[in-house]
Design a protein around this ligand. Structure first.
Ligand SMILES: Nc1ncnc2c1ncn2[C@@H]1O[C@H](COP(=O)(O)OP(=O)(O)OP(=O)(O)O)[C@@H](O)[C@H]1O
Ligand SMILES: [Mg+2]
Length: 252
């Protein structure tokens, strides 16, 4: 981790509902920073605003007020192709339901972000490289329907990393996995974070997943309620226990 900030969220507010509809304030006033190479978890009860926050940071949606700065650009003002290019260069995404295209092979799915940008130079080579570093080289000619959930999520990770993004966003990426595949994905994310210095922002309601993070932001009713930082000497099991304790105090 470095002291360079890759994400700055300032006074984010998100109100859902158009004029005639009932309005709902999902984010009230959220400010925080993510440093380059950090591994940040976002936790909170269902409906607390986690996905809403991630969608603002990942430029899938715009805040009603406040700003999001990524790699020194105010992304709330980016639009159209400029936004698509910026997103492709800076960020990767993994979701609970994998979002792979069923009619494309694993290799084509992984290479998709490059093909969409018209960057086909060395595509096969790049796909093979990332696939072997994630242990899925043998799957390249298969189709998503032929894969297990854990394998699908590795393919989604490879696709998210093909552009060597500075930031990887995950919204419950272990949500549809069995516990063994979930652990293996979390270990992979930890490795990506440490070896590539990719900043990771992981939304999860699960303390085990969160224990792989270095820092956790707890959202309650659209606001940051608490933060935990894993100390250098602290084991992952100790951090896990601390997260459980924190969740316990939250529910009361
Ligand atoms: N498009 C939308 N229109 C209206 N309300 C919305 C919309 N998206 C989310 N909300 C509301 O905003 C609040 C926060 O939703 P959000 O999806 O961010 O929660 P979450 O913390 O991700 O929950 P979960 O753990 O269930 O995924 C909820 O009350 C939800 O009903
Ligand atoms: Mg959610």
């Amino acid at each position: 981790m470095t002291n360079v900030s890759v994400i700055q969220a300032q006074h984010l507010q998100k109100v859902y509902g158009k004029k005639q509809e009932k309005k709902y304030t999902a984010l009230k006033d959220v400010s925080f920073e993510v440093q380059s190479g950090d591994f940040v978890g976002v936790m909170g009860a269902s409906g607390s605003g986690k996905t809403t926050l991630l969608n603002m940071l990942a430029t899938f949606d715009r805040p009603t007020s406040g700003t999001v700065t990524i790699a020194d650009r105010d992304v709330t003002s980016l639009q159209g192709n400029a936004l698509a290019d910026f997103r492709a260069e800076q960020m990767g995404f993994i979701f609970q339901d994998f979002n792979l295209l069923d009619n494309l092979t694993v290799a084509q799915n992984i290479g998709l972000p490059l093909s969409l940008q018209g960057r086909t130079v060395k595509l096969t080579e790049k796909v093979a490289q990332i696939a072997s570093s994630l242990g899925i080289k043998a799957l390249l000619e298969k189709y998503p329907a032929q894969l297990s959930g854990g394998q699908k999520q590795r393919v989604a990770c490879a696709r998210a990393l093909i552009n060597q993004p500075k930031i990887l966003f995950g919204d419950e990426p272990t949500g549809a996995l069995d516990s063994k595949s979930a652990r293996s994905l979390l270990e992979l994310l930890q490795e990506i974070n440490q070896q590539r210095q990719t900043a990771i922002l992981l939304v999860t309601h699960d303390a085990f997943s969160a224990s792989f993070c270095r820092r956790i932001i707890f959202i309650k009713d659209g606001q940051i309620g608490h933060e935990l930082v894993r100390q250098p000497q602290q084991s992952r099991t100790e951090f896990y226990q601390q997260i459980l304790d924190q969740l316990g105090t939250f529910e009361q």
